[in-house]
Design a protein. Structure first.
Length: 124
């Protein structure tokens, strides 16, 4: 298993998935083919062999297709029996109630994930 590093584009987020359990999804997520973008990430997570995972999700925008794949990714983390401690740092822009609510919905659908919400100031 290798670390996954994907540079952000105008329609896909930056990905940094380290084999030590430090994971990052950051930027914008509205890929043309959401399955092609997220499927290898979900497969990687299913094979992850660590006890502790910290995932930072810092998406300034994501479409509904991406939200479905993010939930699938989170459920795969939650279902991975090797992972005993799962922390999701959910970053959202000040006043973006939809992003906050999406994080809360995801949290309610998972069993072992501990969500931490981080509000940041609106970009100038």
């Amino acid at each position: 298993m290798k670390t996954i590093v994907i540079e952000a584009t105008h329609s896909t987020p930056a990905i940094n998935f380290c084999t030590d359990g430090r994971l990052l999804i950051e930027g914008r997520s509205l890929p043309e083919d959401v399955n092609r973008f997220y499927k290898p990430l979900i497969e990687w997570i299913i094979g992850l062999q660590v006890e502790s995972v910290k995932l930072d999700i810092n998406l300034e925008y994501f479409n509904s297709a991406s939200a479905k794949k993010l939930l699938e990714l989170l459920k795969s983390l939650d279902a991975n029996s090797k992972i005993k401690h799962l922390v999701i740092n959910w970053h959202y822009e000040e006043g973006d109630d939809d992003a906050l609510e999406t994080g809360q919905i995801f949290e309610d659908l998972l069993r072992k994930a501990q969500f931490r919400y981080h509000e940041y100031a609106e970009a100038a």
